[in-house]
Design a protein around this ligand. Structure first.
Ligand SMILES: [Zn+2]
Length: 341
C-alpha cells in the first residue's frame, strides 16, 4: 500500500522523560522511524514524501493559541535564565480552573499534561510535519486507495485540543479523521495502541459524527491512568459514540485480537464512510513498556480483523518503541490487512 513519510521528524529527539521519579532518555526516538521504514520496505509498500498542507488541517482539532505555544515555546524558553534546552512544565493546574499566566513556566504547565512531552528546538517542525504525513495518506484514501499508511513521528493520540502529553503534541489521528469528515458524514477511529487514546477520545467526546474506539491495557495500572475506562461513553450529542475496550495488562494474541474483533460490531452499526486506525505497535511482547504480549502473528491477525471490517482504511502510526520486532510487526499488521482485504 501507499505509505507517506517525512524526514523532518529527525531533529525532534527528546532527552528528558521522568519515569518513577528519575530522568531518563525518552523511548520516542528518531530511530523508531528508521525501523518502521524498514518494515514498510520489507512489505513492499511504496514510500511517498508528505505534501505540505499548512496549518488548516491542524486547526480542525487544535486551538490557535496552543499551536502558537508549540511553535514558539522552545525559542522563548532559551531566553530564560539557566533553562535547559527542552521546555518541560513542572507546575500544572490539574483539577482546578485556574487562569492562564504570562510566565512561560506557567504556560508550559497549562499546555503540557505530564513530563513525557519535552519541547526542543525542532519539536514544532517534527510535530507539524507529522500532520502533513497523516493528511497526505488521508488523501490517498480519498483518491480511492483501499488503504494507506502514515508514518507519523512524533505520535499524536495523547494530545488534546490544547494539551500535549505522553510523547504527543499534535493529534495526527484526530487531524486526519477531521480532514476525512470533509468527504464522509461519519468517520470511525479505532485505536489499537496499547495505551488508551485519551486525546483523541477527548477531542471527539461530544460529537456524534466521529466514533472513537480504543483497545488498550487497563488504565488502572497503565498510562494514561485517568482515562480509558469502559464507563466513558461520550457526552451530550456524543453520548454512545465512544467505546473503550480495556484488556488486562500482559494480554496475549488471543485477548488483543478478540478485543479488536469485538469492536467490529460497534463500528459496523455506526456505518462510517472510512476507518482511521491509530496504529500503535506497543502491544508487542518486545516493547519496553511491557503492556501486552502480542507477537508478529497477533499483529497479522489484528490486520486481518481490521480488513474484514470492509472499510477504506487509513493507518496512522502512533506508539511502538525500540525493539528488533518494531519493523517486522508493522510488516505483519499491514500484510495481514492486505491478505484479508
Ligand atoms: Zn502507546
Amino acid at each position: 500500500m501507499k505509505a507517506a513519510f517525512t524526514d523532518l521528524h529527525r531533529g525532534h529527539d527528546p532527552k528528558r522523560f521522568v519515569l518513577r521519579g528519575k530522568f531518563a532518555q525518552g523511548e520516542e526516538r528518531p530511530e523508531r522511524a528508521d525501523r518502521l521504514t524498514a518494515g514498510l520496505q520489507a512489505g513492499n509498500h511504496t514510500l511517498h514524501p508528505a505534501e505540505i498542507f499548512g496549518q488548516g488541517p491542524r486547526l480542525g482539532v487544535h486551538t490557535v493559541d496552543y499551536l502558537r505555544f508549540l511553535e514558539e515555546a522552545a525559542a522563548e524558553w532559551k531566553l530564560l535564565a539557566d533553562a535547559s534546552d527542552e521546555v518541560l512544565g513542572n507546575v500544572h493546574p490539574v483539577r482546578r480552573g485556574g487562569t492562564m499566566p504570562l510566565s512561560l513556566t506557567g504556560r508550559a504547565g497549562w499546555y503540557m499534561q505530564d513530563m513525557a512531552c519535552g519541547i526542543g528546538p525542532e519539536t514544532w517542525i517534527a510535530a507539524s510535519s507529522a500532520t502533513d504525513v497523516a493528511v497526505t495518506a488521508a488523501e490517498f484514501v480519498i483518491e480511492g486507495e483501499r488503504a494507506a499508511y502514515a508514518l507519523c513521528r512524533p505520535p499524536g493520540h495523547h494530545a488534546y485540543r490544547d494539551m500535549a502529553g505522553g510523547h504527543c503534541f499534535i493529534n495526527n489521528t484526530a487531524v486526519a479523521a477531521q480532514y476525512l469528515r470533509s468527504v464522509h458524514d461519519r468517520v470511525a477511529v479505532l485505536d489499537i495502541d496499547i495505551h488508551h487514546g485519551n486525546g483523541t477520545q477527548a477531542i471527539f467526546y461530544d460529537r456524534p459524527d466521529v466514533l472513537t474506539v480504543s483497545v488498550h491495557a487497563d488504565p488502572n495500572r497503565f498510562y494514561p491512568f485517568f482515562w480509558g475506562y469502559a464507563h466513558e461513553r461520550g457526552e451530550g450529542a456524543g453520548e454512545g459514540f465512544n467505546l473503550n475496550i480495556p484488556v488486562a495488562q500482559g494480554a496475549d494474541n488471543g485477548a488483543y485480537v478478540a478485543a479488536i474483533e469485538h469492536s467490529a460490531r460497534t463500528i459496523a452499526a455506526f456505518d462510517p464512510g472510512v476507518l482511521v486506525v491509530a496504529l500503535g505497535l506497543d502491544a508487542s511482547s518486545d516493547d519496553p513498556f511491557g503492556g501486552a504480549k502480542v507477537t508478529a502473528e497477533g499483529f497479522r491477525q489484528a490486520g486481518a480483523a481490521i480488513a474484514r471490517m470492509g472499510l477504506p482504511t487509513l493507518f496512522v502510526q502512533e506508539g511502538g518503541y525500540l525493539s528488533d520486532s518494531l519493523g517486522p510487526n508493522l510488516t505483519a499488521v499491514l500484510g495481514g490487512f492486505e491478505a484479508a482485504a
